[in-house]
Design a protein around this ligand. Structure first.
Ligand code: F6R
Length: 252
């Protein structure tokens, strides 16, 4: 079901499968509209189903990735690209390894960089040189983080090095053998980098995200809930499953 609430276009789907199909269709339509556009990708559990649908569409020749340029939101730091938990590895495993993308046009912050400050600066410059991001895909953390912009006193603007919140480390430990193995820091696009994207797609799944989904759309705009800044963006589409939308449903 499609709803419009202020700047948000909100799709509420019955389950994870239909959420993934809807999100993939929106991305595919954008790729068709901008075959050589600049696309921002996210990692994490949420977009895996969406990426599976995109792989199927690419196999069926329904979408062509060959001209697009991509920038991923974030990467653990430090981490080797060969580490199966790196976001570089994740993107190959879940999307880039299975579609006709030009690997020279893929950008992911370099978790192996010697100098993290210059890697951040360089990443931001590469985005600017490409002309900015046309379409940014986002997930959301339980604490409202987007990318790895954790709750803070102020919004962090451009690509930067960040210490991860304990809650994020715990949430992400499901992908690792133990909590101790989760990297404690990362490189992430900043809030301004994300907000400068021309269009944003936020995907939210599961009952545990119902509170933060509600806060994002209806709460005060505060760096304590980084995703709340999306209320200030002119073109945000949110795709949720029914469980994640539970709390917001009465108000839209
Ligand atoms: C991933 C990212 C994070 C995730 C968020 C939700 O690139 O930037 O903000 O989107 O942590 O992760 P999942 O989908 O695993 O709940």
């Amino acid at each position: 079901m499609k709803h419009k609430y202020q700047n948000f276009t909100i799709y509420i789907e019955n389950d994870y499968e239909s959420l993934s199909h809807t999100a993939a269709k929106i991305i595919a339509a954008q790729i068709k509209e901008r075959p050589s556009g600049i696309f921002g990708f996210a990692t994490g559990g949420t977009p895996v189903g969406t990426y599976k649908c995109l792989i199927e569409m690419n196999k069926a020749n329904e979408i062509d990735f060959s001209q697009i340029t991509t920038f991923n939101l974030d990467e653990y730091y430090p981490i080797n690209k060969t580490n199966s938990q790196s976001y570089d590895f994740f993107m190959k495993e879940n999307l880039f390894g299975y579609v006709n993308i030009n690997h020279e046009k893929i950008h992911i912050p370099n978790g192996e960089a010697k100098d993290v400050a210059s890697e951040c600066e360089n990443y931001e410059c590469q985005i600017a040189d490409a002309g900015g991001i046309d379409f940014q895909i986002l997930g959301i953390g339980l604490n409202g983080h987007i990318g790895f912009n954790e709750p803070a006193e102020t919004f962090q603007t451009f690509t930067h090095y960040v210490s991860l919140d304990t809650t994020t480390i715990e949430a992400n430990s499901r992908f690792f053998e133990s909590v101790a193995e989760v990297p404690k820091s990362a490189i992430t696009m900043g809030i301004k980098t994300i907000m400068m994207s021309r269009r944003i797609l936020l995907i939210i799944n599961g009952a545990q995200k119902a509170d933060i989904a509600y806060e994002t759309v209806f709460g005060s705009i505060t760096p304590r809930v980084p995703a709340s800044v999306l209320q200030l963006h002119h073109d945000v589409t949110i795709v949720l499953d029914r469980e994640a939308a539970e709390k917001m449903l009465p108000r839209i």
